[in-house]
Write a protein that binds this ligand. Structure first.
Ligand code: COA
Length: 313
């Protein structure tokens, strides 16, 4: 079988999406693997966010695997990586990792992370070949949407003028950069806005931005029907960070309720013990568990004082 690794093109999206679902559906042991993920979308939305950071393994003109990379400023996030189950264990995954790792080098990423499968020796071995080490668990959590009422003071990114959007992104970058140097979520904020995947809710202390949450909602996004998914959330560090984080969680729940979603989904790395505890206290339950693999083998922003929501899926 001759396989070529090349950039993922728009025409590849339907086939790459099928491979993505088949791969994860087979891994999960679903009766109908291709139904994995329901009406969520990871392939098209990630490609649209950065078409230069997606590659396919091409066999006779048909994608049999794909990989995506995301640039969060100085932090790189890898995945999803999927290979058609018919060609597992034939080095397709290994070959797809090559160009993605080259991208992180070109970007100068100081930390690269991925969400891997906890129980698989194969996954650990595959990613370790590229310098990744397993560290803490990642808990993908959810709770029913119960909060009503006005909620904390917030603004929505989609409602800002172009100039205000630029300023908001700078303010968001200051918050993330103070927790991990160079961490910048502009890509996710812009992608969510441009593709109308949901919205970024901006949290204020009086008139100063003190946190934000990039939320996807509904079908065709990473959330899926009926769900609001916090892809990334953070509050400014400092003595009141714990209180701010509680307000951030309330803000997300009120927003989800107003939009008619019944479930709020958010992931957290277990090493961020304070954020994790606050989510449990608010009523979040763990839906699934993965393992964070880091390159290099250091905490990055997975520290107990980092009030950050994300799950690197
Ligand atoms: C994970 C996945 C992408 C791997 O793709 P693949 O093409 O089968 O992987 P490769 O053949 O390139 O590499 C597998 C490596 O694991 C090694 N391996 C397999 N089983 C192993 C085990 N039990 N213990 C140790 N190493 C193992 C193989 O030897 C190979 O390494 P080598 O080339 O150095 O010998 C594919 O199985 C898949 O799509 N899975 C479902 C989706 C998923 O889990 N994605 C990853 C999470 S983002």
């Amino acid at each position: 079988m001759k396989i070529t690794i090349r950039p993922l093109l728009e025409d590849d999206l339907p086939a790459a999406d099928v491979v993505f679902r088949l791969a994860f559906g087979t891994l999960a042991g679903l009766d109908v693997p291709v139904r994995f993920g329901g009406d969520t979308d990871f392939v098209r939305t990630r490609w649209a966010a950065d078409p230069d950071a997606a590659f396919v393994a091409d066999s006779g003109g048909k994608p049999v695997g794909s990989i995506f990379a995301a640039r969060w400023g100085s932090v790189g996030v890898l995945g999803p990586l999927t290979v058609h189950p018919n060609v597992w264990d034939r080095a397709v995954g290994t070959r797809l990792l090559g160009p993605a790792m080259k991208l992180f080098d070109e970007w100068g990423s100081t930390h690269v992370g991925l969400h891997s499968v906890v129980h698989s020796a194969k996954h650990i071995a595959l990613f370790r070949k590229f310098g990744f080490w397993p560290r803490c668990l990642i808990e993908v959590m959810s709770k029913p949407v119960e909060s009503t009422g006005p909620g904390p003071k917030k603004r929505l990114f989609s409602e800002l003028s172009e100039r205000a959007k630029t300023n908001a992104i700078k303010a968001c970058r200051r918050i993330t950069g103070s927790i991990y140097e160079g961490l910048n979520l502009e890509r996710e904020i812009r992608a969510t806005d441009d593709q109308e995947l949901g919205d970024t809710a901006l949290l204020y202390d009086v008139n100063e931005l003190c946190g934000f949450a990039v939320c996807h909602w509904g079908p065709g996004t990473e959330a899926g029907s009926g769900r609001c998914y916090v892809k990334f959330g953070v509050v400014r560090k400092g003595p009141n960070a714990g209180k701010r984080f509680k307000r951030l969680l309330e803000m997300c729940e009120v927003l989800a309720g107003r939009r008619g979603f019944f479930q709020l989904v958010a992931g957290v790395h277990a090493a961020r013990t304070r954020a994790c505890r606050a989510m449990i206290e608010r009523g979040f339950h763990t839906e699934s568990v993965g393992v964070a693999m880091h390159r290099p083998h250091n905490p990055g922003y997975n520290r107990r004082d980092a009030y950050i929501i994300d799950d690197w899926r």
